[in-house]
Design a protein around this ligand. Structure first.
Ligand SMILES: Nc1ncnc2c1ncn2[C@@H]1O[C@H](COP(=O)(O)OP(=O)(O)OP(=O)(O)O)[C@@H](O)[C@H]1O
Ligand SMILES: [Mg+2]
Length: 268
């Protein structure tokens, strides 16, 4: 599963030769085209690319919401294709938190009720649930907005409610699809800071799908997709992943072209 030397740490998500082909009105759309990559625990990983490059398709495959045409995904120590639908549901409810561009909040429910939805689905008892909800809302700095409904909240606050909802079930992994897509730059920055704190303070692994330059800048590892294919993986300078890959080589190459030393003969 790991492509690395044995650090003892396994990828939290490992994708091998993944394909997803949609058949639409006689046309084949190769939305995910032979993607192989590992996502390591304890980092912010971004999957980036232009609109239509296959980001959401890939995220849905990772979450087990869709099935690949070909290829394998290992996630949280399990082979996704070997899980039944109830097992996948359980994994999503207990181990994965979701954050969406459109926030995905129920309009008629209060912030607290929205945050409590996954716990309700899990059958968590009301006392425990209330406590988890209050803690999660406090963590995102929204204790004073508990009773507000989504339309009574600013966009950034709605996204923080969505993060609290992802957080309340104490997941190991958060999957976020364009979490800053509907926010202004400053509010987007705050949301990214919150996601970063999840990694540092709660040891949650965060995977963000986006085309926001701020996300690209913030992420430790960036996988860039183009037309369903993985074009490039960039690792932040100074980071060495458990498989031994690191940012410095990429950055050295960049630096070489950026600061190319002129040939002695051309200096005169
Ligand atoms: N259910 C579907 N049926 C047919 N084609 C689809 C389906 N879902 C996505 N596609 C196509 O697959 C390709 C990848 O779509 P996807 O939604 O994964 O892109 P994306 O990178 O998330 O784009 P965006 O940044 O706009 O959200 C696109 O060409 C899209 O039209
Ligand atoms: Mg998308």
């Amino acid at each position: 599963m790991s492509n690395g030397f044995s650090s003892g740490i396994e990828p939290i998500i490992s994708i091998q030769n993944l394909h997803r082909i949609y058949h639409l009105e006689g046309e084949d759309i190769h939305a995910v085209n032979n993607i192989t990559l590992d996502i390591w625990p304890g980092y912010v990983t971004a999957i980036v690319g232009r609109s239509g490059s296959g980001k959401t398709t890939l995220l849905n495959l990772i979450a087990g919401l869709d099935d690949p045409t070909e290829g394998e995904i290992h996630i949280l120590g399990r082979r996704l294709s070997s899980l039944s639908e109830p097992e996948r549901l359980k994994m999503r409810l207990y181990e994965i938190g979701f954050v969406f561009q459109s926030f995905g909040l129920m309009p008629l429910l209060t912030a607290a009720e929205n945050v409590g939805i996954p716990l309700r689905m899990r059958g968590t008892n009301p006392i425990e649930r209330e406590q988890a909800v209050a803690e999660a809302l406090e963590w995102v700095g929204l204790s004073h907005r508990v009773k507000h409904r989504p339309y009574e909240l600013a966009g950034g606050e709605q996204q923080r409610v969505a993060i609290a909802r992802a957080l309340a079930s104490n997941p190991r992994l958060i999957l976020a699809d364009e979490p800053t897509g509907q926010l202004d730059t400053r509010t987007g920055r705050r949301i990214l800071d919150l996601l970063r704190r999840l990694v540092i303070e709660r040891e949650i692994t965060v995977v963000i799908v986006s085309h926001d330059p701020q996300v690209i800048q913030e992420a430790d590892v960036v996988h860039e997709l183009r037309d369903g294919q993985l074009m490039e993986t960039r690792i932040k300078d100074g980071i060495v992943l458990p498989d031994g890959s690191s940012g410095s080589i990429q950055f050295m190459e960049d630096a070489q072209t950026a600061y190319e030393i002129p040939q002695a003969s051309s200096i005169n």
